[in-house]
Design a protein around this ligand. Sequence first.
Ligand code: SF4
Length: 317
Amino acid sequence: MEQWNDKRYHNLNFELRQQFGKKMVKLSLDGGFTCPNRDGTLSEKGCVFCSERGSGDFAGEANSPVSTQINDQIELLRGKWPNVGYLGYLQNFTNTYGSMGRLQNLYREILSDTRIEGLVIATRADCLEEEVITLLETLSRETFLWVELGIQSIHASTRDWMNRHEDLDQAMAMIDRLQSCGIRVVIHLILGLPGESREEMIESVKVVGNLHPWGMKLHLLHIMTKTPLAQWYREHPFDMMEKETYIDLLVDCLAQLPPESTIHRLTGDAPRDRLIAPKWAVRKRLILNGVDRELRQRNLWQGKNWTGSKRVWKFNG
Ligand code: SF4
């Protein structure tokens, strides 16, 4: 049986401690971007679940310089975690959707702060031009870098429903492309999307797992105020998973994933006052403890049922 410290899954905390020798904390920074799925290039509506902050509700203020955001966040976190390292996390909207000059200046400004030891860039797979990939490759040789890409579901009807406006095959090819360049990729999937069966959710996990991503985020679908999904839910109420069902599903998903992939998230992260459903989702510790317990009881661990081919990536930096 594989084990990562006290967990039966390859958790991010374990991985970053291996890399840095200490706990690392991500500082959520707002680079002031928008998204082609919101500015009218592809659509004006955005993905159905996307909040007004572009799925980055804990980020600093977009109108503050990034250096101020870094200072503010470190100040906030210092009391809770006095001896940690920091990664800059461009989380909300599409953080490669801008001119090369703008991207270079922003990434370099973040990395010029000596307290920042790595960079995380969330974006869309269709917003990675050749020259942006070259820039990311260069940066990944200089610092610990990963790119986050949302896939959410592999199922065409769900992707249409969520207004994703993204070609799945191209997105999957981009994941391979980035990892071939030595750039770590973290893929987001959402569990609990309406109309998807348990088998379909596990299929998404298996297909994405076959790409052998460096990291995975498994999100529980959250319905949050001020999103298109909130209105859709009012008009088309549907049953959301109970906590126990979700934990049971997560455990099966983990068993299907390659053991090398780092697990960055097993729940969601919504501000309490904005969460409409499911209400139990705010109790993250209960969910994570439930996963640990269920893995033990069923004698499962990440990769136990993994049948994909072995791929070993060589990452830069
Ligand atoms: S791609 Fe990301 S930022 Fe753009 S609408 Fe979808 S979730 Fe929001």
